[in-house]
Ligand binder design. Structure first.
Ligand code: FUB
Ligand code: ZN
Length: 615
């Protein structure tokens, strides 16, 4: 088990991420606070605070958007980019604290609209889910400011949940997982084991028969208040918990099922709360292997179907209709990081990196004020990022990830420091301060300088799956399990120069993935590329790539969108007259096409796009 660094011990100066953080902190987060105000999310809490009743606005989990935004804003404060967010933070904390009932309960939707349904619909009402996000916000705010204003609200809410459900009281667990991982964070923040123990109980209770949801789904008042939910849980008249990973106890599960965001948060909580339990971790490894080898897009997107916002069958990865919710990609980042911290194995970071630089960043516009909910790998031009959504889980989720990205660079274990993502910046570990200079993800060359030495023995460097080889200080080294170790009698200021080959290369998919037959996807290092109509001047499906035809790179000015790739191929003649043409005379013409990073697509207005192009 490694130790992750606290966010306050990281300073990311990386041009790529510094720019994302700047945009997110100055434009994205203020925009999202305005949206929360304009759409009545804040007002819901304020109305509870005023003791009003009747008619909350929006979805039953709208409070969680405020909490995630509080968390993101707190991270902005921690990394020194959030001074201007202080009043928004204080207003939201005051609203939440005043909305909280004397016994600790807080959920504006239930308080205003359905007070009679309090804790009667665990499967759908999202009460524990919202409290989970509240707890994460409270911990982040406490870490950023040392104030306990929000943390106190959290402990009161958590204590209320624990008084209501438990081994000796009422049996129950959340329909949408999240509170489990949050309780483990609360446990560390308060140094009180009871929250982590309770999280473990929640994790280990899921999958019980009868499920606590079964009776709820027969409660006519609950069903009427949560339209559309019952069919997700009841199939052919029988209870089926797969949608909420409630089909089997976790230790018996073998593949990711159901709603993808729920699944990711569940696995995170399971590792956090039950990481010492070998049967749980074995199950998580099996689920992981199945997920990444059979159910993950080349962009790191997961959860291919909009019907259940989640998983379907193995190899079912449509491109045009891909759901690949931004939150699911973010959840995969969270889970991958935990698997890495638990095991020390860099293969988990390979997946984290793929998701982070592709499906997750696709979820936000370059100016950080528009968002994708689903992240397709192909478009006919119908996809456009939106300023906001009625179900707005994704925008604040990506805000909290961008503002805390420094967490995913480094981890340590006694005298060994592991570099997972070489993001330029400084990192204070227990045994040394590391200063990384890099141009990730555009260049594979980077250096690590060590100062403030107090016990550093080994630097463990990740050799990503896409690199395969590495040179250290100009000498080729042989990676083992995706890692090389540099051990030295470290001297103050000593630097290690690392070089990884970052080649543009094509990938093809398993033949069972119908949507990718006869096609290939282009990537360079961790970045997956796509072809946009804007650059081709024609619909991308008319282009056929020559796989030997990657002819060069084009360097742009934006540090986030620096490298485009030029590819040669051919362009099918355009058919404009009639629907079909017999015995066409025209031949395909030679063409070259500029491919751009997938995450940057649809930033120049809607247009057709393909990740998987014909070969
Ligand atoms: O249910 C809360 C959030 O809204 C989920 O995580 C998303 O998938 C969306 O359904
Ligand atoms: Zn979402």
């Amino acid at each position: 088990m490694l130790r992750a660094l606290p966010l306050a011990s990281t300073t990311v100066t990386d041009p790529f991420w510094a720019q994302w953080q700047e945009k997110m902190a100055t434009q994205g987060i203020p925009h999202q606070w305005r949206m929360c105000e304009q759409t009545g999310r804040l007002e819901n809490l304020l109305r509870c605070a005023r003791g009003e009743s009747g008619g909350s606005v929006g979805y039953r989990f709208n409070d969680s958007d405020i909490y995630k935004l509080l968390e993101a804003s707190s991270y902005a404060v921690t990394v020194g980019k959030g001074a201007h967010l202080k009043s928004a933070i204080d207003v939201a904390i005051e609203a939440t604290a005043s909305a909280q009932m004397p016994d600790g309960y807080v959920n504006s939707h239930v308080q205003l609209t359905y007070p009679q349904l309090r804790w009667r619909s665990l499967n759908a009402m999202h009460e524990m889910y919202c409290i989970g996000h509240l707890i994460e916000a409270g911990v982040a705010h406490h870490e950023a400011t040392r104030s306990t204003a929000l943390l106190d609200v959290c402990t009161k809410a958590a204590d209320h949940v624990m008084a209501t459900f438990g081994p000796d009281t009422r049996f129950g667990y959340p329909g949408h997982e999240e509170i489990e991982l949050a309780l483990v964070r609360l446990s560390s923040a308060t140094r009180n084991r009871k929250y982590a123990d309770y999280a473990r109980w929640l994790i280990e209770s899921r999958g019980a028969r009868p499920s606590p949801y079964e009776a709820e789904l027969e409660d006519a008042e609950v069903v009427a208040a949560t339209p559309g939910v019952r069919p997700l849980f009841v199939k052919d008249g029988k209870y089926d918990g797969a949608y909420a990973q409630d089909d089997l106890p976790l230790r018996e599960q073998t593949r990711a099922v159901g709603h993808a965001v729920r699944a990711m948060y569940y696995y995170c909580g399971a590792l956090d709360a039950c990481g010492h339990d070998q049967r749980t971790t074995s199950a998580l490894e099996v689920i992981w292997d199945n997920l990444v080898s059979k159910q993950t897009y080349v962009t790191g997107g997961i959860g291919s179907s909009g019907k259940n916002e989640g998983f379907t069958t193995e190899y079912d990865l449509p491109n045009l209709d891909a759901y690949a919710e931004t939150c699911a990609g973010i959840g995969l980042v969270f889970w991958a990081w935990r698997m890495f911290i638990w095991s020390g194995e860099f293969r988990y970071v390979d997946v984290l990196e793929r998701a982070l630089y592709n499906t997750v960043l696709s979820g936000v516009s370059l100016d950080c004020t528009k968002y994708f909910y689903d992240n397709p790998l192909e478009s006919d031009g119908q996809h456009e990022r939106k300023e906001w959504f009625s179900c707005a889980c994704c925008p604040p989720n990506i805000a909290r990830l961008v503002m805390s990205v420094g967490l995913y660079a480094i981890a340590e274990d006694s005298g060994t420091v592991s570099i997972a993502l070489p993001l330029a910046g400084t990192y204070q570990t227990n045994v040394a301060k590391l200063t990384i200079e890099s141009e990730w993800p555009w260049s594979g060359d980077f250096s690590v300088r060590v100062t403030d030495l107090s016990g550093l023995q080994t630097l463990r460097l990740r050799v990503p799956d896409w690199a395969g080889e590495v040179t250290i200080d100009g000498v080729s080294a042989t990676p083992k399990d995706g890692a090389v170790e540099v051990t030295s009698d470290w001297r103050e200021g000593e630097a290690v120069r690392v070089s990884l080959p970052m080649r543009a290369e094509w990938s093809v998919a398993n033949s069972k993935v119908h949507s990718c037959a006869g096609r290939a996807a282009l990537s360079r290092g961790p970045v997956v590329y796509c072809l946009e109509q804007h650059d081709l001047g024609a619909l991308p499906h008319r282009f056929e790539a020559d796989m030997q035809g990657i002819v060069g790179t084009h360097t742009g000015n934006d540090p986030r969108n620096k490298v485009a790739l030029e590819v040669e191929g051919s362009l099918d003649p355009e058919v404009t007259k009639g629907l079909y043409v017999r015995n066409p005379a025209a031949e395909p013409g030679l063409a070259s096409a500029r491919f751009v990073p997938y995450f940057s697509w649809a930033n120049r207005g809607p247009n057709a796009m393909q990740v998987w192009v014909r070969i």
